[in-house]
Design a protein. Structure first.
Lengths: 488, 342
């Protein structure tokens, strides 16, 4: 042991002793260091979301120091010649200044924007993993609800963030948000005039309100929910896939210290590295090209960030149904696509664990995960539901398909008004029969080769040389609920 | 960097070998996964998955140190670029991203090839412990011992709580005025139509087939309903209802620019290029593609809009300029519960 190592060791022992004498944390620290993480790549999706959130907080603090939520009109005199002498809001000018005047400002803004897109994408993929492996079942249903809530908040947070810029694109997005708010039956008009402080685009207090929501209310709520999410995982321990020695009542994997901690820190740094590389090299949301927002202006071919695409698709797909009784517009049209559709999507997802318990009668605790094939019905329902949402999302870009491929926009919309109901049914049956076939054959669709090696003999008859079709190993405990007659 | 006796070139070669070893190690792992053999025929009854492997490989330690120092060098490069070039986003991103990538590689190599590789087993707790649960219920109930008017107290607490929540929420109402403000429009009879350079529109300059954005002279242009679309149609294309016959002097018509679906500004106008085969004139909103025909007063022919585009009556004053001849007789912008419709 070198002298340096001895000093480091003595120092850290003294530090631990200091903490120990005051809060007695050693048992907790010991427990933390030995905490076991089951290894599977799909378990990293949630971690990627967490690490993207950390990058968002870091870059967000930088941006907040320069952003001004002002709506009064100023004249731009900055270095970007194409906007010089134009009228714009103080908010938009401050973001142009971050972009062109603040050193590393554009880098931070682009990293922030990319990180938001990655954050929500990672949450959605994580949610899909949770659904298709049945990880939302008791005892993790409570944590699943928290995760869904975080997804909703993350979408709201992203929308609030790019709306703060007050460029033409974000102004149009806010106009639509205002239209959806007004469309809520009964209370919509009052809700809109309360939130915006009057008629759209609102009073000078609107942007400061939006900023408080974006930099304070939602991030703090997200942090609290992330804390609860992780604490609940640690209390229950991670779920795990069936495997050698893995049982419902144990958890097998890599302990936190040292290998897992190092790998996870590596993932944090890798997520940050990718975000800084794309943020530096790949342009995103070039707000100087959109120009300032004025209510009488709009641009053609506007597309929101990807996580709003499903809402714009639903708004576009909806026929112009707007029931009126007497002088009352009972359900203004944007309600269907902008409010009811996301409510139904999230409502179904919140209700799913209870629905599954009711239909299967399965009230047991589950700590081993299913493979998607283990529950063909669940996998089929999930795939059909996912395809329903994905079609609506894709309908949000039918105008781009028209521009690129010259397929009539109107024909596409008429087609999908029916296709949206037919295609998911087809997906249901395809996914269910696929899952059943996999369950029977025990083949892995992505890994290895399953089948027989056959040689044709001189007499023309085939001869089986070897067979690789595998049965599950004897020591693998099947997850609870996948025995014959109990699986979906 | 680790202190050693070897020459610089020797060390370089050393960690090149290490990188090569790391790569082949990774590849080997992948192959092992790819060729996972069918499970053993007779596994032991209760297999113990725990294992602990101590790699003790100085080459990987060197590799980690090199990666850490490369990361440090790129972090310094970031600071230099920040000071010298300031706004070179690409170089800043490369330096910072590169530094983070080097540190990430260092942490992952250390986590996989330097520190002990361990698989261990933890038992899960019973989450549901019924005796303790019962004790909790008993402890809570014991807190109400000797209280005879329990129902009254619970009821009164509920009333107080609800009243306090109401009182705390009441100030939210000051955030915005009553919904009546949604009826506002800056257009009233006599207001002149100007372009965004504040120049008055003369009736004579409105061409058939063109599309003009007009704003109310002397009013707030940032208000929602300020924008108008002005077009001129030949009389053969105008089929307005009887009550609107006077709204389009010389075939010039004005419509609100704000889409009555979700409130975007309408920016697309189509006019038939060859009348016998082309579709008729129409406005289209670029947000959700609601399409309106101006000739019959802004009726919806496609898309999600639930009501027609509001039309503003026009007149031509003595100087030949365009003026509003009245107010909109319906509300502008998206529909809501009490929206005024025609």
């Amino acid at each position: 042991m070198t002298r340096l190592q001895r000093i480091v060791r003595r120092r850290s022992e003294r530090g631990l002793r200091y903490v120990e004498a005051r809060i007695g944390a050693a048992p907790a620290i010991k427990w933390m260091l030995r905490y076991v993480f089951p290894d599977h790549w799909s378990f990293l999706l949630g971690e990627i979301a967490l690490y993207a959130f950390i990058v968002l907080v870091g870059t967000g603090i930088f941006l907040t120091l320069y952003y001004i939520p002002g709506d009064h009109q100023v004249v731009y005199h900055g270095p970007y010649a194409l906007l010089r002498d134009q009228q714009m809001s103080e908010a938009y000018r401050s973001v142009l200044d971050i972009t062109f005047n603040v050193p590393a400002g554009l880098l931070m803004r682009q990293v922030h924007h990319w990180a938001a897109d990655v954050f929500i994408a990672a949450i959605v993929l994580h949610l899909m993993r949770i659904f298709f492996t049945g990880a939302y079942r008791k005892p993790r249903d409570l944590n699943y609800y928290i995760g869904l809530t975080m997804l909703m908040l993350a979408i709201l947070e992203g929308f609030a963030g790019y709306s703060l810029v007050d460029d033409l694109l974000s102004g149009m997005g806010l106009a639509i948000a205002n239209g959806v708010a007004l469309a809520i039956p009964g209370i919509g008009g009052q809700l809109g005039s309360t939130v915006w402080g009057g008629q759209f685009p609102g009073t000078s207090s609107f942007l400061p309100r939006l900023e408080v929501i974006h930099v304070f209310l939602i991030p703090l709520t997200l942090m609290a929910l992330i804390g609860i999410h992780l604490a609940m995982i640690m209390r229950q321990h991670h779920s795990q896939f069936p495997g050698r020695g893995r049982r419902e009542r144990n958890v097998v994997g890599t302990p936190m210290w040292p290998a897992y901690a190092l790998r996870s820190i590596g993932l944090l740094l890798a997520v940050a590295a990718v975000l800084f590389l794309v943020g530096g090299l790949i342009q995103i949301n070039p707000i100087w090209q959109w120009g300032p927002y004025h209510p009488y202006l709009s641009e053609n071919g506007a597309q929101p960030d990807w996580y709003i695409g499903w809402l714009i698709g639903a708004l576009r797909l909806m026929p112009n149904f707007e029931p009126v009784i007497g002088r009352t517009t009972v359900i203004p049209n944007p309600f269907w696509g902008g409010a009811l559709f996301p409510l139904v999507v999230f409502g179904v997802m919140y209700a799913w664990p209870a629905l599954e318990r009711r239909f299967t009668g399965d009230q047991r605790r589950h700590d081993l995960l299913d493979r998607p094939r283990d529950h063909p019905t669940r996998t089929a329902i999930g795939s059909a539901f996912l395809s329903w949402v994905v079609i609506v999302f894709a309908v949000g870009s039918t105008d781009r398909i028209f521009v690129r491929l010259h397929i009539s926009y109107q024909s596409q919309i008429y087609f999908w008004r029916f296709g949206i109901w037919i295609l998911p049914i087809a997906v249901f049956f395809i996914a269910r029969s696929g899952a059943r076939a996999l369950k029977r054959s025990e083949a892995h669709p992505l890994r290895g080769w399953q089948g027989e090696i056959v040689r044709r003999g001189p007499d023309g008859r085939p001869e089986v040389l070897s067979e690789t079709a595998g049965e599950p190993a004897e020591d693998i405990e099947p997850p609870v609920g996948t025995f014959d007659g109990q699986g979906g | 960097m680790a202190r050693g006796d070897g020459s610089r070139a020797g060390r370089l070669a050393g960690w090149l070998v290490a990188a090569r070893a790391a790569w082949s190690g990774l590849r080997h792992r992948r192959e092992v996964l790819a060729q996972e053999p069918p499970p053993a025929p007779e596994p032991p009854p209760d297999p113990d998955p725990t294992e602990r492997i101590v790699p003790a490989n100085p080459r990987y330690e060197t590799l980690v140190a090199v990666l850490l120092l490369l990361g440090a060098a790129l972090a310094v490069a970031f600071v230099v670029i920040y000071i010298v070039l300031q706004t070179n986003t690409q170089l800043l991103g490369l330096a910072m991203g590169g530094a983070l990538a080097m540190l990430a590689a260092a942490a992952i190599v250390a986590g996989k090839f330097v520190v002990p590789q361990e698989t261990s087993v933890e038992q899960r707790d019973d989450l549901l412990r019924e005796p303790e649960e019962k004790e909790v219920v008993e402890m809570v109930e014991a807190g109400g011992e000797g209280i005879s008017r329990r129902g009254l107290l619970v009821g009164a607490s509920g009333v107080a709580g609800a009243a306090m929540v109401g009182a705390a929420a009441a100030p939210l109402a000051s955030l915005g005025p009553p919904a009546g403000v949604l009826h506002q429009t800056p257009w009233k009879s006599g207001v002149r139509l100007v372009n965004d350079q504040n120049q008055v529109y003369a009736a004579g300059e409105i061409q058939i087939g063109a599309f003009y954005t007009a704003l109310p002279e002397g009013q707030d242009w940032e208000s929602f309903g300020a924008g108008l679309m002005v077009i001129r149609l030949p009389s053969s294309m105008i089929h307005l209802p009887a009550s609107r016959q006077s709204w389009a002097p010389q075939g010039i018509m004005a419509f609100s620019k704000i889409c009555p679906h979700a409130g975007c500004a309408i920016s697309l106008y189509r006019y038939p290029t060859y009348q016998p085969t082309s579709a008729g004139p129409a406005f289209t909103c670029p947000c959700h593609y609601s399409t309106f025909t101006p000739g019959d007063g802004g009726q919806v022919i496609f898309g999600p809009a639930g009501r027609p585009l509001p039309q503003l009556p026009l007149m031509i004053d003595a100087e030949g300029n365009l003026r509003a001849a009245g107010q909109f007789d319906e509300d502008l912008g998206p529909s809501w519960w009490s929206v005024r419709r025609t």
